[in-house]
Design a protein around this ligand. Structure first.
Ligand SMILES: NC(=O)c1ccc[n+]([C@@H]2O[C@H](COP(=O)([O-])OP(=O)(O)OC[C@H]3O[C@@H](n4cnc5c(N)ncnc54)[C@H](O)[C@@H]3O)[C@@H](O)[C@H]2O)c1
Ligand SMILES: O=C(O)C(=O)C[C@@H](O)[C@H](O)[C@H](O)COP(=O)(O)O
Ligand SMILES: [Zn+2]
Length: 368
């Protein structure tokens, strides 16, 4: 990452104010670190930068830059990936804030992928009942989804993101230069959420990937910036109208009911995007079996996800465990399981209480 102030003007996507929260900007571009102090604001004296081990060098650089700007900057190192999203790590962060005398006017920066920004946002939501935070997203998945929208949280033994808060950031930086260092399988995992945005709202995304799937697998592809921007616009549009998931926001959970169950079953060792990929194939089959989704759109899921190297199947013998986990999905109401399915391309809807036979049949289509 660089803080080159001569870089081209970033694209600015505004996430609207809802539920009494302030609007904020998501900046997409290159060499964006110079924008960070503006998002932190002038009221802060201390800034805590929460960063995963893998990005320790970037964390040092950001801390040094902030110190030069006059902030008292502290670095809090997180474990990589899902290991960061635990109560123990949140507690470690609270301790670091307490020891540095962190007050309500101070600011947290989450620097990293979706796991780092989820935990940084959660720590910001809970410290002193809520302090300002900024997301500096460094993965494809984080840029197009996790850093935007204010869902923050951690996992528990019982499942994914079961503890958390809605606490929107004050701003989000998506510096596309960061993607060059991202391992290929992490980049590809991010494509799952982009493809999700394509199926639920913006089919042009699917066309751009289908044009040249191999190119879509790398940050050097010709459409990278457009794919990132389109997916962020989908997310910004949805969360601007429904921060707390009272209704329409549930569409962003397409593929996640089974996806989260797979992640838990794999003890959070699978990448989120990979699990969501299998979950979307399952949701497409469910939509087809429920008589909602046409064959061509259902089949298109497999084609586009496979074309970029995302998984389509999961262990057949695990269905009973997955079903149990899905019963505590956040969309469940009482004993009623609820799934996001498609009524057609870009027509997401809720399927309530499908019977066990239909669920099992849909799982049969993804079972190895
Ligand atoms: N809050 C939300 O709305 C939301 C939305 C989607 C996903 N999520 C969450 O996001 C998480 C997944 O995020 P992710 O896919 O970004 O994974 P991640 O944060 O685990 O990052 C993947 C790995 O890449 C490393 N890394 C990050 N940036 C790097 C870079 N530029 N170069 C090299 N390595 C880098 C990380 O340390 C990690 O080891 C899941 O926990 C998921 O639940 C949250
Ligand atoms: O922002 C949302 O709303 C989403 O559902 C986006 C998902 O991609 C994301 O994985 C989110 O963290 C899932 O939320 P959860 O409430 O199902 O835990
Ligand atoms: Zn997701």
């Amino acid at each position: 990452m660089t803080n080159d102030r001569t870089a081209a003007e970033p694209v600015r996507i505004t996430v609207g104010a809802t539920d009494g929260t302030e609007a904020y900007d998501v900046l997409v571009g290159r060499g964006l670190l110079g924008e960070l102090p503006g998002m932190i604001g002038t009221a802060a004296r201390r800034v805590a930068v929460l960063v995963p081990e893998a990005l320790a060098a970037s964390g040092d650089q950001v801390r040094d830059d902030l110190a030069e700007q006059g902030y008292e900057a502290i670095l809090v190192q997180l474990p990589n990936a899902e290991e960061a999203k635990t109560a123990a790590v949140a507690q470690y962060c609270w301790r670091a804030l307490g020891q540095s005398g962190f007050t309500r006017s101070d600011v947290i920066v989450g620097l990293g992928g979706g796991t780092a920004t989820d935990v940084a946002g959660f720590v910001a939501a809970t410290w002193l009942r809520g302090v300002r935070w900024v997301a500096v997203s460094t993965t494809l998945l984080g840029m197009v989804d996790a850093a935007v929208g204010g869902k923050t949280g951690i996992n528990t033994e019982e499942g994914k993101n079961l503890v958390g808060a809605f606490h929107p950031p004050a701003g989000v930086l998506c510096d596309l230069d960061a993607l060059a260092a991202l391992p290929r399988h992490d980049y590809v995992a991010g494509l799952a959420e982009i493809i999700k945005a394509g199926f639920i709202a913006d089919p042009r995304i699917l066309e751009l990937i289908e044009e040249d799937p191999e190119a879509a697998r790398t940050p050097d592809g010709p459409h990278t910036a457009e794919l990132v921007e389109r997916a962020i616009r989908v997310k910004a549009d949805v969360v601007s109208g429904d921060l707390k998931e009272a209704g329409r926001r549930e569409i962003l959970n397409y593929g996640h009911t089974l996806g989260h169950a797979i992640e838990k079953n794999e003890r959070f060792q699978w990448r989120h995007g990979a699990a969501v990929s299998v979950g979307m194939v399952f949701a497409a089959e469910l939509g087809r079996l429920a008589g909602r989704l046409d064959d061509a759109t259902a089949d298109r899921h497999r084609a586009v996800l496979a074309s970029v190297g995302l998984p389509l199947t999961y262990r057949g013998d695990q269905w009973p465990r997955l079903l149990e986990t899905m019963k505590v999905d956040k969309k469940t109401r009482g004993d009623l399981l609820r799934f996001i399915v498609l009524d057609g391309l870009a027509k997401p809807t809720v399927l309530e209480g499908p019977d066990q036979a239909m669920l099992f049949a849909a799982y049969g289509e993804v079972a190895e």
